[in-house]
Design a protein around this ligand. Sequence first.
Ligand code: PEP
Ligand code: MN
Length: 703
Amino acid sequence: MSDHREPLSTDPLAGLRQRIDQLDRDLLAQLAQRMQAVAGIGRLKREDRATPLRDDRRERELFEVWAREAATLGMSPYFAGRVLREILNWSRREQERQLEGPEQPALRPRLRVGYQGVPACYSDLTLTKIFATRDSAGLERIGFRDFRSVVDALEAGELSHALLPIENTIAGSINEVYDLLAERSISIVGEEAWPVEHCLLGLPGTRLEDLRAVRSHPVALQQCQRFLEGLVGVRTESWHDTAGAAQSIPVEAARHVGAIASEEAAQHYGLEVLRREISDQRENLTRFVLLARGPERLDPRQPAKTSLLLAVNHRPGALLECLKVLGDRGLNLTKLESRPVPRSPWEYLFYVDFEGSTDEGRVQDALDELRSHTSRLKVLGCYPRRVGEPELDLAALAGGVSAAPSSNGAANGAPAVTPAPAAKVCAVPKSTGPAKLVAQRPDGRRTTVRVGDVEVGAEAFVMMAGPCSVESRTQVHEAAAIVRAGGARVLRGGAFKPRTHPYAFQGLGFEGLDLLVEAGRAYELPVVTEVLRPEDVEPIARRAHMLQVGARNMQNFALLKALGTTDRPVLLKRGMSATIEELLCAAEYVLAGGNHRVILCERGIRTFETSTRSTLDVSAVPVLRERTHLPILVDPSHAAGVRHLVQPLALAAAAAGADGLIVEVHPDPAVALSDKEQALDAQDFERLMAALRPVVRALGRTL
Ligand code: PEP
Ligand code: MN
């Protein structure tokens, strides 16, 4: 850069400024060279996977050297430390970028990243930061009006990534984003924090006393309340986002209006910064998450964070048990957030972030154990840690005191940097067997699933009963009265019917569902009903206590995936031609989606035998008990197909070890609109219950 040197001016102020400009250029050139050397180290580490990514001892030495030399040069060691911290921060990122490898430009996926807001909003600025150290050639940014539309576009494949804010140090968690993470099939693949520095912006030449209004996002207005109170006679206007408020001012040529937004927004929209740092609180950070449709590869040496969503079993101390599972393995919790479960008062979903990667054995162990303490567990993502990195004590270094090397293992005093194993990359989470999540636990512990307030899989043998189809208000209320009086604990009833014949009664749909729920409420019974289509999962889950997947849909994988994202229990019936292994794989789909509340149901299979509608595979019950921890129900009605065989099959199922039964009961079977031959009436049901009691008792269970 020496060729750019200019003769110094004779005006002392201008002369000094020229000198500073020259020094800045030199500084920049030096920094660029330093980054090139860092990139070289990154490339070496890409080839040699035994070298750890971070060397904490070297970093500490650098801080000590800088502090010492700064002091010798008459400069504040603290200031030098701050500068070095930022340099090291970006050096680490550059090295991580190098780990990704030299991909062919043509092979690189196109980056289309969505965010909520308009250009130069805080999300957009953070996007620049997060992609500064990712391969971002041809990065395209697309602003959306709201969070939900961004996620819709991501799921639809219109975007490769989405960047959404998730929490702010002043305003707290952004609930809508947490809820989207629970509902949708998306993965967190990155995080980034942005220091929010609110400024007051106006058209160039505007004076504070000219202002009559200040507009911004309501949260920003609230964060600058004290400053705004000092502006006499100025009203505030809520805007959908901060940069949008800035954008509106030149458009309207609003000379008397100011906006609260970033300095970058001022530059972008040709505004002037009228006042800087107007937040009531100085430390105002927003944490963003980068989302993709699926997990992304991570080098095992990268310090990682894992985010989970879990619903704890409804038992005192259940959350504590979960946290203990993490604590016992030395996994450092960085965030715990709770959100109410929709429609289930006083039940909560928990969001847990901890330091560690799903590639580590201790994390995999923890996840396995957590599954037995939770009714729902979803790995939301595993990604490079950017927020909450342990920081060196600069003040201590500046005072010449070197921080004592920590004694936790690694020779270089590093806080448990994962030693690099073989050239392995992490994906979330790996399955070793065909159906791992449903598999029997090593200690044989069984899962119980709550349906409303009824526990299935525990000591009590659970009867579910009701009509094949909901036909009318009277019919379903009468059926509910019968089954309740007989001792059933759950009311069944089909509103959406999968009929073999296209002209047969197809069910009353949502109207039927409402009647079923109404009858369930009247007789204090939770209800189970069949769902046929993925798009109906959410609206049915809003009303019914449990969703049934019928035999004809056992391998409807889109439906199973949709059920994985709900928090309602699922009654999964075995397909008529499905093997037990296929049934378990179908259940695995639901569990892999994060929903652990699955009950399996044997309902008879197709064989060459025609004396019964299907052949009840009684042996499936003990086989399933060996292979899975999930509760097992039997449906003798659809297996028998005729009324008088329902009872003997029911007794066989109970004796074989089923956790309960689901049977069809109709107040007047002769006029039933579906499955009339197999429906029990009130007396049949009473007789069935009486016959079951001694069998169930002999097995040491209650009815
Ligand atoms: C039902 O339960 O009404 C039903 C249709 O059952 P399956 O799917 O077992 O035939
Ligand atoms: Mn039926």
